[in-house]
Design a protein around this ligand. Structure first.
Ligand code: IVH
Length: 701
C-alpha cells in the first residue's frame, strides 16, 4: 500500500473507531473507549485531516466542533407538525385514558410504549440518505429554528446513520443537558464568577440557542429519540416500540428506560418504578409518556387540536427538599428591581445540586417570614428557577430565651451596589434602586438589554464583556459602546484576565498564539457594534430600556409618531392619546424622555452614527376622518385593534385610548367593557365591527 493509501486507510479507520465509540457510548450504553483514548484518536484524526485536506469529509467526527457564529437562525417549516401531549396528574386520568382507548379500538388490552418524559428541548433531526442534513427546534410546532450547526456539536446525534438508511428520515427527540454536565458547568461558573444555570433544562435551551456553535460545543448536551417526522423510502414496523428499536439500530440513542406495558395497572406500575429511580437517572424528567403502541390503533384514535388522542404525559409532582438558609441576598436588575434570593447549604433536589433559590419580592419574604438559619423547603419544577416554598417553623434557631435567634428579614434601604435609596412605590410589589444609570448593576443590565437580539442585536457582546466594560469604567452609557476600538477590547480582556486567576477555556480567545495576541474576536465585536448602527426607530425605542416599553409598545410609538423627535417632544397627555398606551406607560415614557441624561444619551447615539429611517406619522391631516377622535375597544375578529387603528389613522382620525365628550365615535368589538359603557353614558356614537368594515370598504381600504 502506498503512503497516500495508507493515510486514507488510517483516516477511515479512525473515523470508524470514533463513530463506533460514540455509538457504543450513547446508544448501547456500553462504552469501549476511555475519554482520554477518544481524545487521542480524535487529535490524531484532526492532524491527518489538516495535513491532507483532500481527505476532508463533512460528516467526520472532527467536524462536530462548532463553526463560526451564524448571526441568526433561519426558519424551518416542519413537514409533519411537532405536536404536544395532553397531561395527566392523577391515577384516575390514566385509567380513563386507557378505558377510552380500549373502547374506541375494541381492543380490551392494547399495548403501550412507556417512556420517560425528558425535560429538555424538543428537536427534529433530518437525515437524507443517511446523512444528517438539518436540525430544528420545535418552535411553535409548525415552524422552528435551524440549529444544525449547534446540533452537530452534540456527540450523541449521529452525523451519519448506520446500516441501511431510508431516503428521508426525520427523527424527533429531546436534547437535554445531563445532570452531571449541569453540575460541572455550574461548578466552573461559580469558580469563575459566571452566571450559574438555574436548571439543566435552561442549560440545554440556552446552549442550543447559542448563536455561536463554539459555545454550544463547550456545554455538553445529549439527545434521545422518541418519535418520527417525515419518512420516505422505507416500510415502518407496525408498532412504535419496534420503531424505537429500529432507530437504535440506525445509531440513534433511545432511553434505556423505554418499555412496553399493558392496562392501567401496567402503566401506573411503570410510573412508580421510574418515579423511584427519578433522582438516580442521569437526566431530568418531569413525567412519563404512555403511547398506544400499534400504529393502526394510533390512526384510529387520531388527534384533538395539537395533541394525539393516543398518547398522554403523566407528570410527577415538583421536587421538594429541605435545606438551611445561610444568607439572604439581593440582586439588582436593569430597571433597578431589587430581587431577594437565598443562599442555602447546597442540597440535592431531584438529583441536582441547588445552592440558590428565589424569594421573588418583599411580599413573599413577609408572607414566608424567611430568616437566616431557617430550615426551608425548596422546590424545583420544570423550567423555573428553584424557589422557597415554606419555612419549617419548629426548626427555627432560638436564643437562650427561646426567642428567634435572627430577626425578621428586611429588604435593604440602600442599594448594595451603588448605595442609592431603595424605594417601593405604592401598589407595587417590587422595590427598586433609585440610582438609575448611576448604578453599575443597572448599567450592566441596561447595556445587556441594549445589545440583546431583539434590541440592537450586537452579536457576541455578552454579559461577561459588558460587566468588564462597566467595571473598568470604559462604558458609562449605551452610546459609549460606539466609541470602542479593537485596542480597547483587547486591553479590557487583558485586564480581566489579569484579575481572574484562571482563564476559562471557552472564553479563552485572546490567548497569545505564537507570540501574537489573537484579536479576531475583538474585530468581530467592533464589526458587530458597527453593524448595529443601521437600525430602526422601533428597535432604538425598545433598546433604550424605558420601563414598561416592550417591543410592542415601541412599535406602536414608532408607527404613531414616525420619528424620534416628536416622541421626545410629546408630553404625557399627547402620549396618552396614542392607542394602546395607557396612563401609566404614558407617564413613564414622558418621564424617561424628560430626563436630561437620557436626552444626552440619545444625542450621543446620533452623534456616534446610530441612525434609522424616519417618516411622517402614519396619520393624514386631510382624510375623511380628519379632526375626528376615535376610540377602539373590545376584540375585533377580522383584524387586530392595532391594525384597525392604523387604518383609521390613515384616513385622518386620531385614535385615542380613552373616551371623553370629545370622542367622535367608539368602535366596540367583542367583550367591550368600561369604555363602551362610558360611551353610552356620554351619548357618544358607537360602531360595531360590521359598521367599521363597511366604512373601510367604502373608503377603499
Ligand atoms: S412524544 C406526538 N415522547 O414533551 C407526540 N414527547 O408535551 C410528540 N417529551 O414537545 C411528543 N419526552 O419535548 C414524546 N418520550 C417522549 C418525550 C416527549 C419528552 C416532550 C417533548 C414534547 C413535549 C410534549
Amino acid at each position: 500500500m502506498g503512503k497516500a493509501a495508507a493515510t486514507a486507510a488510517r483516516v477511515e479507520e479512525l473515523r470508524r473507531l470514533l463513530d463506533d465509540a460514540n455509538y457504543r457510548y450513547y446508544v448501547l450504553d456500553d462504552p469501549t473507549l476511555a475519554d482520554a483514548e477518544y481524545d487521542t484518536f480524535l487529535r490524531e484524526l484532526e492532524a491527518l485531516e489538516r495535513d491532507h485536506p483532500e481527505l476532508a469529509d463533512p460528516q467526520s467526527p472532527t467536524m462536530r466542533v462548532g463553526t463560526t457564529p451564524s448571526g441568526k437562525f433561519a426558519e424551518v417549516k416542519h413537514a409533519v407538525p411537532m405536536l404536544s401531549l395532553a397531561n395527566a396528574f392523577e391515577d384516575e386520568e390514566v385509567a380513563e385514558f386507557v378505558a377510552r382507548i380500549a373502547k374506541e379500538t375494541g381492543d380490551a388490552t392494547p399495548d403501550f410504549s412507556v417512556e420517560p418524559k425528558l425535560d429538555g428541548l424538543a428537536i427534529s433531526l433530518r437525515y437524507e440518505d443517511g446523512e444528517f442534513v438539518r436540525g430544528a427546534t420545535r418552535g411553535d410546532g409548525a415552524t422552528g429554528e435551524d440549529v444544525t450547526a449547534n446540533l452537530r456539536t452534540v456527540r450523541s446525534v449521529p452525523l451519519r446513520l448506520r446500516g441501511k438508511a431510508p431516503k428521508v428520515l426525520e427523527v424527533r427527540g429531546e436534547v437535554y443537558m445531563p445532570k452531571a454536565a449541569f453540575e460541572k458547568y455550574n461548578a466552573w461558573a461559580r469558580e469563575h464568577g459566571e452566571k450559574t444555570l438555574a436548571n439543566p433544562r435552561n442549560g440545554a435551551a440556552g446552549s442550543l440557542r447559542q448563536l455561536d456553535p463554539r459555545m454550544t460545543a463547550q456545554r455538553p448536551l445529549a439527545f434521545y429519540a422518541y418519535a418520527l417526522g417525515e419518512v420516505e423510502g422505507v416500510t415502518l414496523p407496525p408498532t412504535h416500540s419496534r420503531t424505537l428499536q429500529w432507530l437504535r439500530e440506525l445509531g440513534l440513542p433511545v432511553s434505556a428506560e423505554v418499555d412496553v406495558a399493558t392496562g392501567a395497572e401496567g402503566l401506573l406500575a411503570y410510573y412508580r418504578r421510574i418515579g423511584e429511580k427519578r433522582n438516580a437517572l442521569a437526566y431530568d424528567i418531569d413525567g412519563v409518556v404512555y403511547k398506544l403502541d400499534r400504529y393502526d390503533q394510533q390512526r384510529a384514535m387520531g388527534f384533538v387540536s395539537r395533541a394525539p388522542r393516543w398518547a398522554i404525559a403523566h407528570k410527577y409532582p415538583a421536587q421538594e427538599t429541605p435545606t438551611v438558609v445561610e444568607s439572604i441576598e439581593v440582586n439588582v436588575g436593569r430597571t433597578g428591581a431589587v430581587t431577594p434570593w437565598v443562599l442555602m447549604t447546597p442540597v440535592q433536589v431531584g438529583g441536582v445540586t441547588v445552592t440558590r433559590a428565589t424569594l421573588h419580592n418583599a411580599d413573599q419574604i413577609a408572607r414566608l417570614d424567611v430568616r437566616v438559619g431557617d430550615t426551608v423547603i425548596i422546590r424545583r419544577a420544570g423550567d423555573v428557577i428553584p424557589e422557597v416554598v415554606r419555612v419549617v417553623e419548629d426548626k427555627r434557631p432560638l436564643d437562650a430565651k427561646g426567642k428567634p435567634k435572627f430577626p425578621a428579614y428586611q429588604l435593604p434601604t440602600e442599594c448594595p451596589v451603588c448605595g442609592s435609596a431603595v424605594e417601593r412605590e405604592e401598589n407595587e410589589v417590587v422595590a427598586r434602586c433609585t440610582g438609575g444609570l448611576f448604578c453599575p448593576a443597572q448599567r450592566v443590565q441596561a447595556l445587556f438589554h441594549f445589545a440583546s437580539r431583539r434590541a440592537m442585536d450586537i452579536e457576541g457582546l455578552g454579559e461577561r464583556f459588558i460587566t468588564a466594560l462597566v467595571e473598568f469604567d470604559m462604558v458609562r452609557s449605551v452610546a459609549d459602546l460606539y466609541k470602542l476600538t479593537v485596542d480597547d477590547f483587547v486591553a479590557m480582556k487583558q485586564r480581566a484576565d489579569e484579575l481572574a486567576d484562571a482563564v476559562p477555556a471557552h472564553a479563552d480567545q485572546s490567548k497569545v498564539k505564537s507570540g501574537k495576541v489573537a484579536t479576531k474576536w475583538a474585530e468581530n465585536l467592533v464589526a458587530a457594534i458597527d453593524a448595529s448602527r443601521t437600525t430602526t426607530l422601533e428597535r432604538v425605542l425598545y433598546a433604550l430600556g424605558v420601563r414598561d416599553v416592550g417591543e410592542s409598545t415601541a412599535r406602536t410609538l414608532a408607527r404613531h409618531f414616525g420619528a424620534l423627535d416628536p416622541i421626545l417632544a410629546a408630553d404625557e397627555e399627547t402620549l396618552r392619546q396614542v392607542p394602546d398606551i395607557g396612563p401609566v406607560v404614558a407617564a413613564r415614557i414622558a418621564h424617561f424622555f424628560a430626563q436630561p441624561h437620557n436626552r444626552e444619551v440619545i444625542a450621543a447615539l446620533r452623534a456616534n452614527g446610530v441612525h434609522w429611517p424616519e417618516g411622517a406619522p402614519q396619520r393624514s391631516a386631510d382624510g375623511p376622518l380628519a379632526g375626528q377622535t376615535v376610540v377602539l375597544t373590545g376584540g375585533l375578529s377580522s383584524m387586530s385593534r392595532d391594525e384597525a387603528g392604523a387604518k383609521l389613522e390613515a384616513l385622518g382620525a386620531k385614535v385615542s385610548g380613552s373616551v371623553s365628550k370629545k370622542t367622535s365615535f367608539v368602535v366596540a368589538g367583542e367583550a367591550a367593557g368600561s369604555k363602551l359603557a362610558k360611551a353610552q353614558e356620554l351619548g357618544v356614537e358607537v360602531w360595531d365591527e360590521a359598521r367599521l368594515l363597511a366604512f373601510l370598504a367604502e373608503q377603499g381600504g
